[in-house]
Design a protein around this ligand. Structure first.
Ligand SMILES: Cc1cc2nc3c(=O)[nH]c(=O)nc-3n(C[C@H](O)[C@H](O)[C@H](O)COP(=O)(O)O)c2cc1C
Length: 306
């Protein structure tokens, strides 16, 4: 048997496969269709301080190589999360990452404080990379603002490790990664969806009501590989900060590429819409790949691209 456990912020995940934020329900409702025990972790929907309705429909466009979404962080707000979802966290048999979004330092801090007190939330992920709201990229697009935000959030988290989810939409992501690590990030999630647009040529209208949305799925996979590689090589490796590579995984080979590029764990989002069981399948196939390469642990393959 090969060792598939990986560590993120001092928390041991059973294997490197993580369900990405916003793609498996508020908190792992996809568990009705798959066995969450077979996954390394699940990430909640991004939760904000106040309830949000999100954008007007149509909010999702299906494309041959992925999808464009502009959900717009629709969620019931932190009070609803604490009342209706938090009590079940400790019954979910996998690591839970609580995702936090906001439109001001105060609103992020409010949600972080609440998440920190929830029994069963093992890590939090700070989403500063949503392209589908007017404020979703405000902190993620400027390293100085990002550092200020994280330095306010970090003390409220006490012992809960902080992951920071960055966007590839802001040019070179490395200054943002450096800022996040300096401000106390225990891990980085790379990447969120990338702003994109499609137009119906008969109606002459965009495929989604917001016009521009976030592209995900196989279309962004090579971009994700490049970003993981650059951040690992230039920053994360020396800083000993794990990367959760997220963006475009459909097959186990896509996930294996992320590991070779420098990711410690793999986020899966859009692929779950095609086949909810794909994440557990990928976890199994990654294990066979590690064995085939004569390794005793998947961690031996992290960053091993020649
Ligand atoms: C329908 C949908 C909703 C999403 N909601 C969130 C969210 O609430 N918070 C977040 O950080 N990312 C969100 N994402 C981004 C994903 O977590 C992930 O970073 C992105 O889709 C790239 O991975 P993928 O290609 O495997 O889907 C969402 C993506 C989709 C497709």
């Amino acid at each position: 048997m090969v060792k598939m456990e990986v560590e993120i912020g001092g928390i041991t995940l059973r294997n490197p496969v993580v369900l990405a934020a916003g793609t498996s329900g508020v908190i792992g409702e996809i568990g009705d269709a798959i066995n969450l025990r077979k996954l390394g972790a699940i990430t909640t929907k991004s939760i904000t301080s106040e309830p949000r309705d999100g954008n007007q429909p149509l909010r999702i466009a299906d494309l041959p190589n992925g999808m464009i979404n502009a959900i717009g962080l629709a969620n019931g707000g932190i009070e609803d999360f604490v009342t209706n979802y938090a009590p079940n966290c400790k019954n979910i048999d996998t690591t839970i990452i609580g995702s936090i979004a906001g439109d001001s330092i105060e609103s992020y801090v409010q949600v972080a404080k609440a998440m920190n007190n929830i029994d069963g939330i093992d890590l939090v992920e700070i989403n500063v990379s949503c392209p589908n709201t007017s404020d979703g990229l405000e902190f993620g697009s400027c390293p100085a603002k990002l550092a200020e935000l994280l330095s306010e959030i970090k003390p409220t988290l006490q012992s809960t490790p902080m992951i920071v989810k960055l966007s590839a939409a802001c040019g070179d992501i490395r200054p943002h990664a450096e800022a996040a690590i300096s401000a106390g990030a225990s891990a980085l999630t790379l990447i969120n969806t990338i702003p994109a647009m499609r137009i119906d040529v008969e109606t002459k209208t965009p495929l989604i009501s917001r016009g521009i949305g976030g592209l995900s799925g196989p279309a962004i996979h090579p971009i994700t590989v490049r970003v993981i590689h650059e951040v690992y090589r230039d920053i994360a490796k020396n800083a000993n900060i794990p990367i959760i590579g997220t963006g475009g995984v459909l097959h186990w080979e896509d996930a294996a590429e992320f590991i070779l590029a420098g990711a410690t764990a793999i986020g899966i989002g859009t692929a779950s819409f095609i086949n909810p069981a794909i994440s557990t399948k990928i976890a199994k196939k990654l294990s066979a790949w590690v064995k085939r390469h004569g390794c005793r642990a998947i961690t031996e393959l992290v960053g091993q691209v020649h």
